[in-house]
Design a protein around this ligand. Structure first.
Ligand SMILES: C[S@@+](CC[C@H](N)C(=O)[O-])C[C@H]1O[C@@H](n2cnc3c(N)ncnc32)[C@H](O)[C@@H]1O
Length: 205
C-alpha cells in the first residue's frame, strides 16, 4: 500500500466536471488509455499492463484488500503508465474529459440483486451516457458477468443506447471469451449457482 499515494489520481483533480485529461496523469507518452472499473484484486489489469506496456491504465476499486493485492502485483513493473482510484469509479469517470479513453472494462460487476437497487448497478442508463462521453469514437466497452438477469440487463441497456453497438454476430461470440482473454479468480469461482459466463463487447459508434 506504500505505492498508493504516488499512484492515486489526486483528489483535487476529481472535480467531476468532465475536464480531466488522462495525459495530465501520466509521466509518459502512451498509445491508448484504458479504464478498468471494479478491478477486484487486479489480476486482469496487471496482466494487461504486462501485455501492453505502451498503453496507459486507469483502475478503480474501493475494496482495500483488492487494491493492496494489485499494488503488490505491480511493484516490479514500470508504473508511470498506471493510476488508480480507491473509491467509486464514477467519480473518476465523471471527471474525465470527452473522448479520453480507448476502452473500458467492467468485469463481473456487483449485481445489486433487488429491483429497487437497480440504480446502483454500475451499468445503468445514466452511467452508459458517461461511458459514451469519455470513450473515443470506436472505443470499446467490454463487460462480463455470470449472473443471468444482470447479463440481460447489461445487454438490453447497452444495446438500446444510441452510441453503443453490440459486436456479437452469433451466440458463440458472447458465450465464449476471445483467445487472449485474461481470466480472473472471480471468474473461475463464479457466482453461486452460476452456469454461464457471458462476454459482452460493444463499440462506441
Ligand atoms: C464481483 S467483484 C469482481 C471483481 C473483478 N472485476 C473480477 O472480475 O474478478 C466486483 C467488484 O466491483 C467493485 N465495485 C463495486 N462498485 C464499484 C464502484 N462503484 N466503483 C468501483 N468499483 C466498484 C467491488 O468492490 C468489487 O471488487
Amino acid at each position: 500500500m506504500q505505492l498508493l499515494p504516488s499512484l492515486s489520481v489526486p483528489e483535487d483533480l476529481l472535480k467531476e466536471d468532465g475536464n480531466l485529461s488522462p495525459s495530465s496523469l501520466f509521466d509518459c507518452d502512451y498509445k491508448q488509455c484504458w479504464f478498468e472499473i471494479g478491478f477486484g484484486s487486479g489480476e486482469h489489469l496487471s496482466a494487461l499492463m504486462r501485455r501492453h506496456p505502451d498503453y496507459a491504465w486507469l483502475g478503480a476499486e474501493p475494496y482495500i484488500n483488492g487494491m493492496a493485492a494489485f499494488l503488490k502485483d505491480i511493484q516490479d513493473l514500470d508504473r508511470q503508465n498506471v493510476r488508480v482510484h480507491m473509491d467509486d469509479a464514477m467519480m473518476l469517470a465523471n471527471s474525465l474529459g470527452d473522448g479520453s479513453l480507448d476502452g473500458i472494462y467492467i468485469l463481473n460487476p456487483d449485481p445489486w440483486h433487488k429491483k429497487r437497487h437497480h440504480k446502483r448497478r454500475i451499468v445503468n442508463p445514466a452511467n452508459l451516457d458517461v461511458f459514451s462521453r469519455i470513450l473515443k469514437p470506436g472505443g470499446k466497452l467490454i463487460m462480463s458477468t455470470d449472473v443471468p438477469y444482470l447479463a440481460d440487463w447489461m445487454v438490453t441497456h447497452a444495446a438500446r443506447h444510441k452510441d453503443f453497438k453490440w459486436l456479437a454476430k452469433s451466440a458463440k461470440d458472447w458465450q465464449s471469451p476471445p483467445n487472449d482473454w485474461v481470466t480472473t479468480a472471480y471468474e473461475v469461482k463464479g457466482a453461486k449457482g452460476a452456469k454461464q459466463m457471458v462476454y459482452l463487447f460493444f463499440n462506441k459508434t
